[in-house]
Design a protein around this ligand. Sequence first.
Ligand code: HAM
Length: 437
Amino acid sequence: MAQKIQGTEDLFGGYMRAWQHMQDVARELFGAYGFDMIETPAIEQVDTFVHGIGESTDVVRKEMFRVVSGALMENLLAAGSERGLKAKQRMAMRPEGTAGVVRSVVENNLVPQGAAPAKLWYAEAMFRGERPQKGRLRQFHQVGVEWLGAPDPAADAECIIMLMEFYKRLGFDPARLRLSINSMGDAACRPAYRQMVRDFILAHADEMCEDCLERAEINPLRSFDCKNDHCREVMAAAPLAKDNLCDDCRTHYEQVKRYLDAAGVAYVEDPTLVRGLDYYTRTVFEVEALDAGVGAIGGGGRYDGLVELEGGKPTPGIGFAVGFERIALALAAQGGSLETPEEGCVYVACASPEQRGAVFEATLALRQAGIRSEADYQGRSLKSQFKQADKCHARLCVVLGEEELARGFATLRDMESHEQVQVPLPELAPQVASRIA
Ligand code: HAM
C-alpha cells in the first residue's frame, strides 16, 4: 500500500474544516486591519532563503528541502556537485513565508517610494526537513502576515494585538497563552552585542557544547536556545540584548510596550528570546499555549533589513506566522477544538425507482439555488435513503412519490421532528431555503 511521507499529513473531514475555519477567521480579522491575501510559489531560488533567513541558520543549513528536476539530477550526478548549477537552477521548497513574500514585494515593486505600506497575509504549506515528532512536521501549514513599509512602533504593537485577538477568535483562553517579547537591536547596535556574546561563549569555551562553539563563530545568539541544559545555565550569565540597545532601539521597544499596555495585552519580557531566523531586528515575539506541550504556536518580529537583503530599497517590515497543526493540538490539549460541525444538507429521496428522473431534476434545482443537496445513486430502498439522509446530517428530506408528483407536489420531511408538509414543486427551492434558514 502506498504511504505518505513521515512528517506529512492528509487534511480531510473535520481536520480540513478546521484549517478552512482558521483561514476564514484570518480573512475576517486581518481584513479589518487592512491586510490582503497573497500566494507566492511553494518553490523559490535557494538564494531567496539564504539571503533572507540567513546562511548560518538551521533552517537553511539543515532543514531546507532542495528541489531538483529529473534532468537536472542526471547532470548533478554526472558533475558530482552542484557547483556548476546556475542560481536559477538551485531551488528549494519554502521553509517559511516571509522571504518569498518579501521577494515578491521587491520583484513586483509593491511598496514604491512614498506609497502606502503593503499589508499581506497568506495561508500556505511550508516544508522543513526536521525530525518528525508531535507538533513538528515536514509539511505543515502557516497563516502569516507581512507588513512592509511601516517603521512606526504602533505597527509592531498592532501586529501583536491582532495576533492575540486571532488566538482568541480561534477559541483560546487568553489567560492560558504566554506572549514573550524582546528587542534584538538593529544594524547600529547588534554587531557589537553579537561580538559580546561571542566573546562570552569563547571565555566559557570549556563549559559549552561543540554546537555552541560552532555557533560562537557563525551565530552566537542561537546559544541562548541550546538544547543542552548546562549551556543554557552558562548562558544565563551572558550579556542581554536589552541592556545593549542603542537609543533608537530602546525608544522603539519602550513605545511598543506602552502601546501593548494601553491595549491591555499581557506579555512577559524574555531577554533571551532570539528566534531562529536571522532577518529579525528590534521587536521579536513568540506565543506558547500553557500546558499544551507543543512548543511555540506562533511567532514573528520586525525585519527592517530584509527587503535590502532581497535586493530592494531600504524598507522596514514586520510580521508573524502561526502553525495550524500546533494550534489544533494546543486547543485540543486545553479542552477546545478548532473543528466546525459538518455542514447539513437536504436529501432528495424517491419512493420508487420510477421517480428517479424527478429526483434528478429537483436536486439540480436545489443546487442551482445554492442549497447543499444529496440524493441516492445506488438504487436504495426508501428506508435506507432515510438512513443515508441521517448519515449526511440532512435536516430536511424531500420525498418524491408517484401520487404527489401526479398532483405537482413534493413532501418535505423534517428529519428531527418527522413532521411532513406538502409543497407545490415550482416552490420547492424557496420553501426548502426558508425552512433550513
Ligand atoms: P517560525 O517561528 O519559524 O517563524 O514559525 C512560525 C510558527 O510555525 C511556529 O510558531 C509554529 O507554530 C509553526 N511551525 C514552525 N515549524 C514547524 C514544524 N516543523 N511543524 C509544525 N509547525 C511548525 C516563521 O516562520 C516566520 N516566517 C514568522 C514571521 C513572519 N516573522 C515575520 N513574519
